[in-house]
Design a binder for this molecule. Structure first.
Ligand SMILES: CSCC[C@H](NC=O)C(=O)O
Ligand SMILES: [Zn+2]
Ligand SMILES: [Zn+2]
Length: 436
């Protein structure tokens, strides 16, 4: 009969093998920077949304960079909503260095590992949100949330998030959504404990330039561009080593020190056979990726840059290619409370435990995510990607996620979304918002 075939179709779409095949389908869409196939990803996501009867909308703040916004309306739409965010782009890969092509989403039958760019960062999370909703919709004890649940699939996180999460967080659409809490990405952990993040370091991409008189390669003289740049590099390396020592000795976590890594070095006078060897160049530059924890003294770092790393007294200049804000729009450091003052934090930990997961102690994310654009709006944002017993392979060769770990992650989100969407109290944040 018709009814029987509908039921068997339902069973089919909720089976582990169809869950895994949907994940692999999403992974097979090549959304690698710098030319992500965003429209194919958007079409796929909208077809998923349709199969779940979620409302969908495509926002295009910048042409060619679609943001897919899905909505599961709550029974009490006046309560602040839940936002489940994920990015659709992935970083490029060196295909020939992978054991399996990065967009095959190869499933190793012996281990259950699924190899693909984006398997950890972060197509897993985007699909897990959807699968968790599929389960909740099928569960007789739940069916409809109290609070409205939104899902955003945003472009360009890997290149700074400006046409994606940043413009979204500043948009009128976003304001009308009345978001109360945001979930975004975290990191895998090699042990049993899921990692949870309440803040992140802020990125600072610094280019320093030195100039000096050119001269014969045989002449020793002061103030050449190379000498001036090298003095800076020596001083930057001393600073780096001191910060790294704090991590090596175990006195600070990775996210609690300032990291500085050289991204490029550019100097010399090119010649058809390489570089001119007996000419000291008149210009030299170097670029650094710097990450600054929220509690660090940003002002003294900037003074150090101006006075020690690129002093004009040594013919040096500097420029920031990227410098994120450190404070939210209310002038507060961008830290999501992870104590009793933030009910979402307790709900999250409890929900993960209810799904048989273990939660590590709250951490500062060492790199950057789109969560900063939501924290900038004064919203609590929690970084969480449910991947325990998994090596950290984001941006690495042979990125993979095990299929059973992926399925466990869906259970974690089912529990979290249920808890968040059922939470029937206004938080103190909501109240202060209502007063404004
Ligand atoms: C300055 S925005 C860069 C964002 C990027 N995010 C993930 O790797 C990062 O390098 O942390
Ligand atoms: Zn990511
Ligand atoms: Zn990334």
């Amino acid at each position: 009969s018709k009814a029987a075939s509908a039921v068997s179709q339902d069973e089919d779409s909720s089976s582990a093998s169809s869950i895994i095949s949907r994940f692999r389908q999403y992974l097979q869409i090549n959304t690698a920077q710098p030319k992500p196939n965003y429209h194919e990803a958007a079409d796929f996501l909208i077809s998923q949304a349709n199969s779940l009867s979620l409302e969908s909308q495509v926002l295009e703040f910048v042409q060619g960079k679609p943001l897919v916004l899905l909505k599961w309306p709550g029974k009490k739409p006046a309560l602040p909503s839940i936002l489940l965010n994920s990015h659709t782009d992935v970083v490029p890969s060196e295909h020939h260095k992978w054991a399996h092509p990065p967009f095959d989403a190869h499933l190793d039958s012996a281990t259950g590992n699924i190899y693909a760019r984006g398997s950890q960062d972060m197509k897993c999370v985007g699909m897990q949100y959807l699968e968790a909703i599929r389960k909740l919709k099928a569960s007789p004890s739940f069916r409809q949330p109290l609070r409205t649940v939104y899902l955003s699939f945003v472009p360009d996180e890997e290149i700074g998030g400006h046409p994606g999460a940043e413009m979204f967080a500043h948009s009128e659409v976003f304001q009308k959504m009345n978001v109360g809490v945001v979930l975004d990405e975290g990191l895998a952990s090699p042990d049993d404990f899921y990692r949870v993040f309440y803040a992140e370091r802020s990125p600072m991409w610094l280019v320093i330039k030195a100039t000096g008189p050119p001269g014969h390669g045989a002449k020793l003289y002061d103030n050449s561009a190379m000498e001036n740049l090298l003095k800076s590099i020596e001083s930057i390396r001393r600073f780096r080593a001191a910060q790294f020592d704090l991590v090596k000795s175990g006195s600070r976590a990775e996210g609690e020190v300032i990291s500085v890594n050289m991204a490029f070095l550019k100097a010399g006078t090119p010649s058809p056979t390489g570089f001119v060897m007996n000419l000291q160049p008149s210009e030299a530059q170097a670029g650094f990726d710097i990450r600054v924890p929220p509690a660090a003294d940003h002002l003294s770092l900037e003074i150090r840059i101006a006075e020690e790393w690129a002093p004009s007294s040594r013919n040096m200049t500097f420029e920031f290619k990227q410098k994120a804000s450190v404070y939210d729009k209310f002038g507060k450091p961008m830290l999501t409370a992870h104590d009793g003052s933030n009910p979402w934090w307790g709900l999250l930990e409890e929900a993960i435990k209810n799904a048989n997961g273990k939660v590590g102690k709250p951490e500062i994310f060492p790199a950057s995510t789109d969560a900063r654009y939501f924290r900038e709006q004064g919203l609590p944002a929690i970084g969480f990607s449910p991947m325990a017993n998994t090596p950290i392979l984001l941006h690495d060769h042979n990125e993979f996620l095990n299929k059973d770990e992926y399925l466990k992650g869906i259970d974690a989100y089912e529990s979290i979304i249920k808890a968040f969407a059922s939470f029937d109290e206004r938080t103190s944040d909501d109240e202060s918002k209502a007063e404004l």
